[in-house]
Write a protein that binds this ligand. Structure first.
Ligand code: NAD
Length: 251
């Protein structure tokens, strides 16, 4: 595994699921992990269990993102790694999707990534080093799923944001990349119900849902010093889910 010795990593949405696994993995790699989340109770519990730090934040608010980043910088001087991972995925059919449904999805998944990236940039630029890893998705950039038009837009939007941001950061030693998970068994995905989980597992060539640590290991690589020459890129971690052209291809 790639070492992150003495580095400081801030993880949004780190109280549960993928973010929590990222926190665990970067700690194992030698970093100090700062879990940030809107859910204070879960965030504190996860931090205590993993030996991480915790800052409450709401990625919908620029002020909240700036405040959390400042608190971490005051304690540690610098932030080496941002894992911009907080996200939601409630379904809404296109015909009845409200403006609020749309705004909430874009506000957390896309604007949140922008606010957090902007908050960590000055410190990273000053030091000439930084690793930013976004948790995007296969849904939107590659695939679609009924009920997730707004989700897909937010996740594809993250990649558009990333590519131009990567160009603006490259000469300062800062990389920005994205992982694109398939279906990961997390607290969030469990809310989709048993039928969804069964159907999804059947459509994945490996016949298993992804586990949060599968995403965390990919994030850890992109967050490592060794990934210095990779920027503006995506890494799909989906057990081959996007490969089959038809159900027959799976047999
Ligand atoms: P999860 O629901 O298990 O955890 C998400 C965390 O984000 C929660 O702890 C939640 O409190 C936090 N959060 C929500 N709104 C927030 C806000 N406004 N500010 C700060 N924190 C907030 O979800 P997960 O499955 O671990 O998903 C994590 C990321 O991975 C999301 O961006 C999601 O879109 C992406 N993703 C998940 C899957 C999957 O199958 N689980 C697949 C592809 C992409």
């Amino acid at each position: 595994m790639f070492a992150l010795t003495n580095q400081v990593a801030i993880i949004t949405g780190g109280a549960n699921g993928i973010g929590r696994a990222i926190a665990k993995t970067v700690i194992e790699a030698g970093a100090t992990a700062v879990i940030t989340d809107i859910d204070e109770a879960d965030g504190k519990a996860a931090a205590e269990e993993l030996g991480a730090e915790f800052e409450v934040l709401d990625v919908r608010s620029k002020a909240s993102c700036q405040q959390a980043v400042k608190a971490v910088q005051d304690r540690h001087q610098s932030i080496d790694i941002l894992c911009s991972n907080a996200g939601i995925f409630p379904q809404a059919a296109l015909d009845t999707m409200s403006e609020e449904d749309w705004e909430e999805m874009i506000g957390i998944n896309l604007r949140g990534a922008f606010f957090m990236t902007q908050a960590v940039l000055p410190g990273m630029r000053e030091r000439g080093y930084g690793r930013i890893v976004l948790t995007s998705s296969i849904t939107g950039p590659i695939t679609g799923f009924p009920g997730w038009a707004h989700y897909g837009a937010s996740k594809a939007g993250q990649l558009g944001f990333m590519r131009s941001a990567a160009l603006e950061c490259a000469s300062d030693g800062i990389t920005i990349n994205a992982v694109m998970p398939g279906n990961v068994l997390t607290e969030g995905l469990e809310k989709q119900g048993d039928d969804y989980l069964r159907q999804m597992a059947a459509s994945i060539p490996t016949k298993k849902l992804c586990e949060p640590q599968d995403i965390a290991h990919a994030v850890c690589f992109l967050a490592s010093p060794e990934a210095r020459y990779i920027t503006g890129q995506t890494l799909i971690v989906d057990g081959g889910q996007v490969l089959p052209e038809s159900l027959e291809a799976l047999e």
